[in-house]
Design a protein around this ligand. Structure first.
Ligand code: G3P
Ligand code: MG
Length: 244
């Protein structure tokens, strides 16, 4: 069954990459949750998509030039007009503790956001945190930046590693040639362009971002391993209708 992975939490209904968005993703019954991780100036794992905090908080500046306590002063939820709420920028530790408290039993996809800024040592810090205790959920690693995936593989052989890309044939080839890569997370357009190859594709396929009903149905009909969607509740409903 195609796993429904809540993209940056339930991004379509709650401010992305906040505890509220992750809690909502668990509440609606998502099979998986995706989040983006970067490093603060003082080496804390910060859950945020952009390299700057400008779009998703009321602050300004680069994630990597701010300390955790500086980042914590900003509001990461009130900008979201559809459903504004006061939210802090969470750390990865805060998110995994929340998922444990909520008894989340699905899959956490940790996307290491190193394609634009190669945060020194981030892979090791993430693996150390994830290995520090037993979680209620399974987890995997992904990144647009292949070197980060190689670094993860160097120190962690027990969790899946996936390559994230847009439409790049080079990235696709690279992923196919690398035995340690379990899956690919391409843009949904890649899936639409490769319909004839999907059945025989040798790796798990979990595209992003699948928000339209027709595209969701297509991914389900091809039995893809997963989809990343901003609307997990809607995707779950559609998958249920198909199955009945
Ligand atoms: O990990 C899948 C997806 O999140 C990749 O794109 O830009 O939303 O992180 P982005
Ligand atoms: Mg992401």
């Amino acid at each position: 069954m195609t796993k429904i992975i809540a993209h940056r939490g339930s991004k379509g209904t709650h401010p992305e990459n906040t505890l509220a968005a992750f809690k909502e993703a668990v509440r609606v019954g998502s099979d998986g949750i995706e989040l983006d991780v970067q490093l603060s100036k003082d080496n804390h794992l910060i859950v945020l998509h952009d390299e700057t905090i400008d779009r998703t908080t009321n602050g300004h500046g680069d994630v990597g030039s701010l300390t955790l306590s500086e980042l914590k002063q900003f509001d990461a939820g009130s900008w979201f007009e559809k459903n504004p709420m006061v939210q802090e920028v969470p750390t990865l530790e805060e998110v995994v503790m929340l998922l444990k408290k909520e008894n989340f039993q699905g899959l956490l996809n940790i996307e290491i956001k190193t394609d634009k800024i190669h945060y020194e040592g981030i892979e090791k810090i993430i693996v150390q945190l994830m290995k520090s205790q037993r979680w209620s959920f399974d987890y995997m690693y992904s990144s647009f930046y292949f070197k980060s995936l190689e670094k993860i593989w160097d120190i962690e052989k027990n969790h899946n590693i996936a390559s994230v890309f847009g439409m790049s044939e080079e990235d696709e080839k690279h992923a196919l040639q690398s035995v340690f890569i379990e899956g690919i997370h391409p843009k949904i357009d890649w899936v639409l362009d490769h319909l004839d190859d999907l059945a025989d594709f040798p790796k798990a396929i979990r595209p992003w971002t699948v928000n339209e009903e027709e595209k969701m149905k297509l991914c389900f009909s091809y039995h893809l391993a997963g989809i990343h969607t901003d609307y997990p509740a809607k995707a779950l409903q559609i998958r249920k209708l198909i199955q009945n």
